[in-house]
Design a protein around this ligand. Structure first.
Ligand SMILES: [Zn+2]
Length: 265
């Protein structure tokens, strides 16, 4: 997809299987058969986005890595496909100039470091929200793959971000905390158009119709809900599109205003 003259390409690293209870104990599949199949599960992607502009090749999130994480019926994550997708686009790991992590959950940082904690993208600067450092990297009580935590601790290419910032011409980040303390979203803007790469600030467009649906991963559910509402308002602008890391088919959409707001992909 082109936003002005910036190329934004969705890539899936694997599959995120979620039951209704992933979105909250009160959530049922009934009425949402488009999302939950006959077995009661939603099969969502583990998404990443490749943003190419000028001499920068920017990867927004980097999947689960060659890993499986089974948290029971609520959540199953299986990664491993990102390198194949990059290769199909003719992108070598050494071509990636920047990796922007919307947050440091395992399904967004999986390919940052290999099992020996060496960087996969050896030339890349790694950007992430500064509060993530204390929450994930320094706090051993918060779950993180050991080799990813070790990779962060040993990396000299980290760029923690504390406020809304520009990271390349036409590519900026805005702080969208709630899902995690330092969650950020990426804004690609060019030629009068904008695309929001929402990470997990919005897990699924269904949250527009169902504002009480959360993620079991939300660190601060009330703040996450306020931030989601702010982002949905941004997406009411006809020149603005958005996609999250787990949106079905990684499809971009926006909010249509009318008697009721609805999602339009
Ligand atoms: Zn995620």
């Amino acid at each position: 997809m082109l936003i002005g003259d910036i190329d934004v390409h969705p890539l899936a690293d694997g599959t995120f299987r979620a039951s209704p209870e992933y979105f909250g104990d009160h959530v049922r599949a009934e009425g949402h058969e488009d999302l939950f199949g006959s077995d009661g599960f939603a099969f969502l992607p583990i998404g990443c986005f490749l943003v190419r502009t000028g001499d920068r090749t920017i990867l927004v999130d980097c999947g689960m890595g060659p890993q499986l994480r089974d948290s029971g019926p609520r959540r199953l994550l299986i990664g491993g496909q990102l390198p194949l997708g990059l290769r199909a686009l003719g992108v070598a790991p050494s071509d990636v100039t920047d990796v922007v992590c919307t947050h440091l959950h395992s399904d967004h940082t999986g390919w940052l470091f290999d099992r020996t904690a060496s960087p996969t993208f050896g030339n890349a600067t790694i950007w992430f929200g500064a509060p993530e450092w204390d929450h994930f990297v320094l706090n051993s009580d918060v779950w993180m793959f050991d080799h990813i935590r070790a990779g962060f601790r040993g990396s000299s290419r980290l760029r923690p971000i504390s406020e809304d910032s520009t990271i390349a011409p036409g590519v900026s980040v805005t702080m969208t905390p709630g899902h995690t303390p330092g969650h950020l979203s990426v804004i690609v803007a060019s030629g009068g158009r904008r695309a929001f790469l929402l990470g997990d600030a919005v897990i699924c467009p269904v949250q527009l119709d169902e504002p009480t649906w959360q993620s079991i991963g939300d660190f601060d559910p009330a703040l996450a809900a306020r931030v989601r509402d702010r982002l949905f308002r941004e997406l009411e602008d006809p020149s603005t599109l958005g996609a999250g890391a787990h949106f079905p088919e990684l499809q971009f959409g926006r909010v249509l205003l009318g008697r009721t707001r609805r999602w339009f992909a």
